[in-house]
Design a protein around this ligand. Sequence first.
Ligand SMILES: [Zn+2]
Ligand SMILES: [Zn+2]
Length: 352
Amino acid sequence: MSSAGTMQAVIKTKPQYGAEWGEAPIPAIGPHDILVKIIACSICGTDVHIYEWNDWAANRIKPPQIMGHELAGEVVEVGKEVTSIKVGDYVSAETHIPCGRCFQCKTGKPEICRNLKILGVDTNGSFADYMRLPEVDAWKNSRSIPPEVATIQEPLGNAIDTVLSEDIAGKTCAVIGCGPVGLLAVAVANACGATTLIATDVNEYRLGLAKQMGATHAFNPKNTDVVKEVLELTHGDGVDVMCEMSGSTKALHQGFAMVTPGGRASLLGLYSEPQTLDLNNEVIMRGIRVLGITGRTMFGTWYKAARFLESGKIDPTPIITHKFPLKDYVRAMDLMISGNSGKVILVPDGAK
Ligand SMILES: [Zn+2]
Ligand SMILES: [Zn+2]
């Protein structure tokens, strides 16, 4: 099965900084795939890494490749074996593409599949008019969720898994790093009954957004001793839950210093190089439970994300700070890189 014609896309053409605006064939789909017409997509930190071409991207990405993995769109074609999705459905995409055959897949953890591919990292992505998606990764949206919100369910899923990897109700919580996923983590912790909810970031703009999303306190480590502030706010105890969303070495150690002995540290932020912890003193002797969060159980997290949004328990719209036509992706990327944005939405020309 194939769709004739070409489309416009943001393409990583060369192993260097940036990306090009170009034409690509409308993807052909296989029997287990669907073809999605993109209505809205959004920029993730991963896309910024690919755009900037950091060490991780240089080792992982094989240009030429269409960028992007977050999206909302309409199904315009389905493969002949597809049974759960039909033409006209309004969908978003889970981005882990599991093999379906390994131990992890067969024991209910496809999101940590040993042969995992990631949409827009190992395959062509969503910064285009159309995208091919395996049926297994399609998530049907309620029409009540607008496209610019539907597209951010993917990072919302990361925030949900980070915050809800253990109990949060009635607990004190620190969210370290207030990029879009950190801000969504603040929203999740607030919706789920965290009490003292502290956000830290080096960017004042993002600290302002954290307050809007329900942080009770927001601190900038550039001008405050954040560990001291957190200990004072928690009567010297430290927080029950620390969510590390920044990927900063300094913030990681500050985070461990903030957690109360016996508390939980959920780590989602990715580091540009291997990190060293004083395991004896930062973790073992203090009885800290360290959880690595890879993000988005398939599909438990998606049900939670959709329910939070449909019920209005989480309103992510303050985090959606900018919207650009897809072809203005350079401006959009520059803005993301500046740090003075929340979530940035891109809209293809042909989107309804
Ligand atoms: Zn993402
Ligand atoms: Zn697998």
